[in-house]
Design a protein around this ligand. Sequence first.
Ligand code: ADP
Ligand code: MG
Length: 703
Amino acid sequence: MPSMASNNYHSQPKPDSFARRQKLEQQRKSLPIASVEKRLLEEVRKNDTLIIVGETGSGKTTQLPQYLLNGGFCRDGGVIGITQPRRVAAVSVAKRVAEECGVPLGQKVGYAIRFDDATSSSTRIKYLTDGLLLRESLLDPSLSKYSVIIVDEAHERTIHTDVLLGLLKSVQKIRSQVANKLMSNDSIKGKNGLLLKAGHGDLLKPCHGRKLPPLKLIIMSASLDARVFSEYFSGAKAVHVQGRQYPVDILYTLQPETDYVDAALITIFQIHLEESPGDILVFLTGQEEIESVERLVHERLRQLPEANQKLLTFPIFSSLPSEKQLKVFMPAPAGFRKVILATNIAETSVTISGIKYVIDPGVVKARTYDADTGIESLDIVKTSKAQALQRSGRAGREGPGKCYRLYPESEFEKFENSTTPEIKRCDLSNVILQLKALGIDDIAGFDFIEKPNRIAIVRSLESLFLLGALTEESKLADPVGHQMARLPLEPMYSKALILANQFNCLEEMLIIVAMLSVESIFYAPRDKLEESRTALKCFSSPEGDHLTLLNVYRASTEFLEKNKLTNSKEKAEKNLRKWCKENFVNSRSLRHAQDIHRQIKKSIEQMGFRITSCGDDMLLFRRCLAASFFLNAALKQPDGLYRILSSGLMVQIHPSSILFRSKPECIIFDKLVRTNNSYIRNLCRIDYLWLPELAPQCYGFQE
Ligand code: ADP
Ligand code: MG
């Protein structure tokens, strides 16, 4: 029996029955990758860099790290790090692997994502997000504790994956030089300008009581095209793991659908009422949409005869609390059908068994960057052909399946073949800040797997300069640039916290940054629109969404604290969930915001900031918001539209905003989202004249 040490924030595997362990072992052995275990270990031994391509569900993510551990790749106390583009995947896979190994999570097998670290000194298999590994490299440039790094889901080509590949290439080169004792002078420079001085850090000293071994690098991808990775890593070897795939019937609509959410709903019920047993996987674009579809499914179910009500919904999206994530993997009770409502996380990152039907509306939420305006937005865009194929493939894992594409076949033909790497379509400020903090100054000269657009680099450098993070020579500014690089937040949020420290409203800004970091605090079901509006009124501030969010956060904290005086913690939290429901507040999002709040507060305190409040002086707080979000300032036009001052882009206020009706003259906003229109979300009213006063570097008069 494994030991069952308890820790207070993660549910532990139940004392496992012999039968359960046997079943898991049997499942492991039957995965396609199991038949090539020996060969894979051999290849990893022979090659410092290896590319593994394999169909989703073949066992790459869960099995390879275990093979490596058993194969002796951690012998010197080294850690196997496996990066994931998504938080949910890192957490759910780590839990699964801990269970397969029969150990408590956080010990031998653990995970680390931003704001949540479940690892310990005994962790040998560590799942983490690609963004977090980048952050770790700031503290430990040679990534000395890792003996193997697996970059998983590399085909997704997130910006963090791309930058990480560049860094790892450099780290690997330096570590092999050290290992080969080629080093004679007092510093070595990696191809990407990563400079590691002799005697600096623990590069040359034995680290963690062991000599620094060369770094094994494994790139894993679900797409068949390994060429681009192989070329980038000087002809690295690629191996293919054969998967299993049953035929999938692809069905298209005859006409384009005007409302894909509605079309998805109709399809769910059509399958449920007419098709043979098997679970349904629906691809949606985000938490808000998933939660609204979930409510609509329940609503329609209630209208069906009881015998037809055996349908259960399971959402899965990035910010879903981790204890909820695992539910999606549990089989439905006998006689019930499961509907999984997922973001594109279910495309390749996690494999859920039992799926026979896939509903694919053919859209995905993606970061989009317009280098001309320097504006990044979240857009609902068409998937690529490769994505559509991956999605339909989810229906044929265990037997023949069906995929309902909610668009005509002629649409499919117009899709791009593959998705453009994120680095080509997003704001680079955050990544540039981190590279600069690593001492890599020549961003354009960095050996990226794919070069970002030059104008995008210039734009991002410019906005970092305007935010005070960089000097005119494009060096990290002291102390603001260093402070901003230390905070695990978007540059504008970091800037807001640093300024709030000076404005004496750090308490308020911490709450705002946490609340802005989660999706949709409020929800408004279609059938209760009026009620939800009335509920919102008791929190709403005429100054805008930021102050409204502040009121909600404070009201909920007050409610919880008061409740804890007379109730147990569990009961108080239950009451809070009830309070949320009555007030149309999304309790999942609120909890997530509270978590983030706790974590950022810790980082801020570690930086030596004192948390003070501006009390009732909301004018001061709004001025602080204007001084931080000035790049997102917009001015009302005679036709009621808003013009973003830094770019000239015309936008509308999103209907969910408190300021949707009142339409003040001048505002700052948090995000731009695009569907058919360009909407700005989370607004705060400001005075136009504050801009030249508080952000003269951007709005000052030219001499
Ligand atoms: P790959 O990385 O090749 O796509 P994985 O290693 O993620 O494959 O998955 C292998 C198998 O493990 C899949 O059949 C999947 O159903 C199962 N699996 C993965 N995670 C979980 C989980 N959290 N709970 C139950 N089964 C899981
Ligand atoms: Mg995987």
